[in-house]
Design a protein around this ligand. Structure first.
Ligand SMILES: [Zn+2]
Length: 257
């Protein structure tokens, strides 16, 4: 029987029988994977709490045709400290949901998987260590920006989407396309959000800084700025995620016919 080991963060768990569960995980080597945790719900189980959502484990799995079987799990980080704070927990689950929407099952791109795994792991650490609500949200904004860029769907915050001119001042941002438009290129009947020059500089700085490093803005953020940026990015991610699941459905339908 073929066995393999990987580091993985649990995305979600659902029961399939009285004692067994299926765990969806994001693994460092293969992206999203699913495995059966036998007896995980039994009090005597060796897997037990390690199969909960958000736990990062070092795993040993038996490769099966349909679903792999989780043989051993040792926790790398259970992220226990973020479980007792509802804001932190809600935001951590949001990042898992985004990963689950955009990442593919058993993706072969090891380099990309490893970058996403590190981003998620460090984001959960940042959320766990945040000392205030704006800092919790800041950790998630960094995740939103960098994750979408890794997916090839990064925001265009420096050049006008239409004429490619560098925009120096306030700009109009289109949530639909995830980019800015200069005042000369504004199209009527398209919905834009005004993006202040300072907010744009803030987002660009976050995007260009490794997720585990502080930016000059980290100690200056407040509720108004972080909530505004988070909601803007959340909306863009939702719209892009919906487009993606629609195109997947079309591909599925094409396969059947
Ligand atoms: Zn323009």
């Amino acid at each position: 029987m073929e066995t393999f080991t990987t580091d993985a963060i649990n995305i979600k768990t659902y029961p399939i029988s009285e004692n067994d569960s299926i765990v969806v995980m994001f693994s460092k080597e293969m992206g999203l994977i699913r495995g059966i945790a036998k007896g995980a719900k039994s009090p005597k189980s060796k897997l037990g709490a390690r199969m909960q959502s958000l736990v990062a484990n070092k795993l040993m799995l038996n490769k099966k045709k349909n679903l792999d079987i989780i043989k051993e799990a040792s926790a790398i980080n259970p992220f226990n400290k973020l479980r007792y704070d509802l804001d932190k927990l809600t935001m951590a689950f949001y990042t898992l949901e985004v990963i689950n929407t955009f990442c593919k099952d058993e993706d072969k791109d090891e380099e990309e998987n490893s970058l996403i795994y590190d981003l998620l792991y460090k984001t959960l650490e940042n959320i766990q260590n945040a000392e205030s609500k704006p800092k919790i949200i800041l950790a998630v904004i960094k995740f939103q920006l960098i994750f979408m860029q890794l997916m090839g769907l990064g925001l265009e915050l420096e050049r006008c989407l239409k004429c490619s001119k560098i925009v120096k001042d306030d700009a109009l941002f289109s949530i639909q396309t995830g980019g800015i438009i200069c005042p000369d290129c504004e199209i009527e009947n398209v919905q834009y959000v005004k993006l202040h020059k300072k907010i744009r500089e803030f987002l660009i700085a976050l995007l260009k800084t490794p997720v585990d490093k502080k930016t000059m803005y980290d100690d200056l953020v407040n509720d108004k700025i972080t909530n505004g940026c988070f909601n803007l990015l959340k909306k863009y991610i939702e719209i892009t995620g919906n487009k993606k699941s629609k195109s997947l459905k079309v591909m599925e339908a094409a396969k059947v016919s």
